[in-house]
Design a binder for this molecule. Structure first.
Ligand code: A2P
Length: 269
């Protein structure tokens, strides 16, 4: 190809699909999400992540991003922070429909339901963009086959950062195919730490004090009746891990299902 050929028509580097941005939504000055086309050969399981990014100075600049979209959806969706001096997100935040994005060919990760012993209540604990993999999981019918109940607990600093709040609390319960499962089994528990809100405080505190259980009308968590997935900052993951281990939970991994699994919310730059 000629050196002046538009980048959009260049072949992607090995290991990547070149996809096209379809829509971009800016939630706040720190948070945005976008959708893009999906190669028919790209397969993933709800909860997994993939390397995504942009060509920068002729080279792929990529980071791990959890898939927000469900495996059955036609398009892919991602949720990202915006960091003004972040190598990738300073650029990625400016994408517009029609732009090219690199999507890794292989998805992976530990936040998949087969890494947990089935049954009981599945608790999905997220801070910030750690919500991303749980948006895929709560739109995957198999999640509801494996567990009796699913709780999404999302902690953010400000109310405006409760991304996808409308989707979880209004659209999903009305969804043609998923609505019945969601109405039966899905509970949403948002909390905000730096602004007034009905539920204030870190989710770790809400678990420790038992407020989250009282508010939801559920018994305190136990490894006999509950499973958990953690996806947030290193600090949240560490604190919640300690809380769970103290209650007798043990960590699962690929090919070794147990009562909780962890992954950090990846993109921080
Ligand atoms: P806080 O405001 O008390 O720090 P961030 O935007 O920095 O990624 O944080 C997202 C959310 O995670 C914030 O509401 C923050 O609360 C919360 N958070 C930070 N550290 C912890 C932790 N160790 N345990 C639970 N939540 C935490």
């Amino acid at each position: 190809s000629s050196p002046s050929a538009p980048a959009a028509q260049a072949a992607p580097p090995p290991g990547f699909f070149l996809e096209r941005v379809l829509s971009v939504h800016h939630w706040t000055d720190r948070l945005f999400s976008f959708t893009c086309t999906r190669d028919p050969h790209f397969r993933f399981v709800a909860g997994q992540f993939v390397m995504i990014g942009l060509m920068v100075e002729g080279k792929p600049l990529v980071r791990a991003y959890s898939l927000v979209s469900a495996p059955w959806e036609e398009h892919l969706e991602f949720l990202s922070i915006k960091v003004q001096d972040g190598p990738l997100t300073s650029r990625l935040q400016h994408i517009v429909p029609g732009d090219g994005v690199l999507i890794g060919r292989k998805a992976t990760g530990t936040l998949v339901t087969e890494n947990l012993v089935p049954g009981g209540t599945l608790w999905l604990f997220a801070t910030g963009t750690g919500l991303a993999p749980f948006l895929s999981l709560i739109r995957e019918p198999e999640t509801y086959d494996r567990f009796d109940r699913v709780v999404v607990a999302h902690t953010v600093r400000q109310v405006a950062e409760l991304a996808y709040r409308e989707l979880i609390s209004s659209s999903l319960p009305e969804h043609d195919l998923l609505g019945e499962l969601v109405r039966d089994k899905l509970l949403y528990y948002p909390s905000v730490t730096r602004e007034p809100f009905a539920t204030q405080g870190r989710v770790t505190t809400l678990v420790e004090t038992g407020r989250i259980f009282a508010d939801l009308g559920l018994p305190p968590m136990s490894p006999a009746a509950d499973r958990a997935m953690l996806c947030g900052s290193e600090a949240m993951n560490a604190d919640m891990r300690a809380l769970l281990e103290a209650r007798g939970f043990s960590e699962g991994a690929n090919n070794r299902p147990a009562t909780y699994v962890v992954e950090k919310a990846f993109v921080t730059k």
